[in-house]
Design a protein around this ligand. Structure first.
Ligand SMILES: Cc1cc2nc3c(=O)[nH]c(=O)nc-3n(C[C@H](O)[C@H](O)[C@H](O)COP(=O)(O)OP(=O)(O)OC[C@H]3O[C@@H](n4cnc5c(N)ncnc54)[C@H](O)[C@@H]3O)c2cc1C
Length: 439
């Protein structure tokens, strides 16, 4: 059954050069980049803070800024890490190139960076739809406590992670039959962190340490039906004695289905209160642990990806190419989690690879570009480039491209990529063709 309502008049309450949809790692940096390059910029976010998975789901290792000692992501993404460090909430000099952050410090550092860059912030607002004219998005429609309103725009950067605007505008997307699982991340206090110190050693080749002892015992309990399905566990020390953050609980779900994601959230909240007594009982270091915080939502690894002007392939990641429109790099292991088992596919990379501008642009798009975990890539390439440093670097590229597109009147499909690349380099992005084949 469908209900047909008479078309409603939606008030237009503002007008911007660039609207960035979603304030996760990609959206924060996209908005900063657009504003610093001269665009009047609005960032719309459904929560009352920015950070995306890093803050709403407590995903606190930010991977990865260096490989083999070489800085591969710098510029605005690394500036955000430094600002977070200045608040006492990041460690930026780890050998692996990962940065561990405190989610609260990240929220504030990012918010300040946005406001100082003259981005207008709109929190507690859900991006509901858009208006298109001749393939161009003219307005983003939102829903919040003020009702349903619209904002005019010249360009949109879709950083919702789920390609919400791309889909609303009618561009093609894909979604796999079986998606990587969602994870409810937790922070525990009262842990004897000295006793599990080796777990806090830095990642080797981008692979975080796992306690085989804890994993083995949890695996046994899982086989006996006493422990829910889990991953890792990956345990990192938080910024205070006795505090750890744990990536452990998971369940298969399609987070783009509200019903199924609700079911997953319900399962994970139940599992959270099952697993803490298990940790207390089984592992002496956790004897006195207590739940400090769980994610405001389960962490989502993937849903929709755009059909872009180019799809980054497994081969592009394993055998890096010198794409002339390279806008940033990635170096994280190919990391694919299974929804129904404790296993995971990991392929370690020895060098960085290049990401071309074209993976950000939906096919046939005039004024919509994307960044973050909804860009165009095959499964294995996505398994590497979905990490947060990479999402932020793509954000810098997309935000800068949006500002250029508005200023010069370009469609995203007609971007002057030479100008884009030179602008990115001048603003700290690392773009070079060391370590790659000719394209
Ligand atoms: C369990 C787990 C472990 C991970 N481990 C790591 C790791 O170790 N290292 C690493 O670097 N990365 C890791 N990742 C990956 C990383 O967190 C994500 O891929 C990354 O955050 C994606 O960034 P994004 O900006 O594209 O999207 P998101 O972080 O998902 O941000 C999207 C933002 O848009 C907002 N939004 C979405 N839709 C709307 C809407 N309609 N209206 C308004 N706002 C909206 C959301 O609230 C959110 O703030 C992990 C992810 C998960 C789930």
């Amino acid at each position: 059954m469908t209900i047909i309502r008479e078309s409603e008049a939606i008030p237009v309450v503002g007008s911007y050069d660039v609207i960035v949809c979603g304030g996760g790692p990609a959206g924060i940096i996209a908005a900063v980049a657009a504003a610093r390059n001269g665009a009047k910029t609005l960032l719309i976010e459904r929560y009352g803070f920015v950070g995306g998975m890093a803050s709403s789901a407590l995903v606190t290792p930010v991977s990865e800024f260096r490989i083999e000692g070489k800085q591969i992501i710098d510029g605005m993404p690394f500036e955000l890490m430094k600002r977070t460090e200045a608040l006492g909430g990041a460690i930026t000099n780890l050998e692996s190139g990962n940065v561990f952050i405190d989610d609260e410090a990240l929220k504030l550092a990012a918010q300040r960076m946005l406001l100082e860059s003259c981005v207008t912030l709109l929190y507690h607002t859900f991006i509901a739809d858009c208006v298109t004219e001749e393939g161009r998005v003219t307005h983003v429609i939102v829903q919040n406590k003020a009702g349903r309103t619209a904002y005019g725009c010249k360009a949109v950067v879709d950083c919702t992670g789920d390609a919400d605007i791309v889909r609303a505008a009618g561009f093609k997307t894909t979604k796999k039959e079986t998606l990587q699982p969602a994870t409810l991340w937790m922070q525990l206090g009262g842990v004897d962190t000295d006793a599990i110190k080796p777990l806090f050693e830095d990642a080797v080749h981008g692979v975080m340490p796992i306690s085989e002892e804890i994993r083995g015992r949890l695996g046994e309990l899982n086989k006996e039906g006493k422990m829910p399905i889990f991953g890792g566990p990956w345990i990192s020390k938080q910024f205070h004695d006795g505090m750890v953050t744990i990536n452990l609980l998971r369940t298969g779900t399609d987070a783009s289905s509200p019903e199924d994601f609700t079911r997953a959230e319900c399962v994970l909240r139940e599992d959270l209160f099952k697993v803490i007594p298990i940790l207390r009982q089984e592992f002496p270091a956790f004897k006195n642990c207590w739940l400090a915080k769980a994610g405001a939502q389960a962490g989502v690894r993937e849903t929709f990806r755009i059909e872009g002007l180019y799809e980054l392939t497994t081969d592009d990641v394993l055998n890096p190419k010198a794409f002339p429109d390279t806008v940033c790099k990635g170096a994280h292991v190919i990391d694919i989690h299974k929804p129904d088992s404790i296993e995971q596919v990991v392929v370690v990379l020895k060098k960085e690879y290049n990401i071309p501008y074209r993976v950000l642009v939906p096919k046939d798009s005039v004024n919509v570009i994307t960044a973050g975990r909804c860009v165009c890539a095959d499964d294995a390439a996505f398994g590497s480039m979905r990490v947060m440093a990479c999402c932020m670097a793509m954000g810098q590229a997309a935000g800068t491209a949006a500002a250029i597109a508005v200023e010069k009147g370009y469609a995203f499909t007609e971007m002057d990529t030479h100008l884009l690349v030179e602008t990115l380099k001048a603003q700290g992005a690392v773009i070079d063709f060391e370590n790659c084949e000719e394209s």
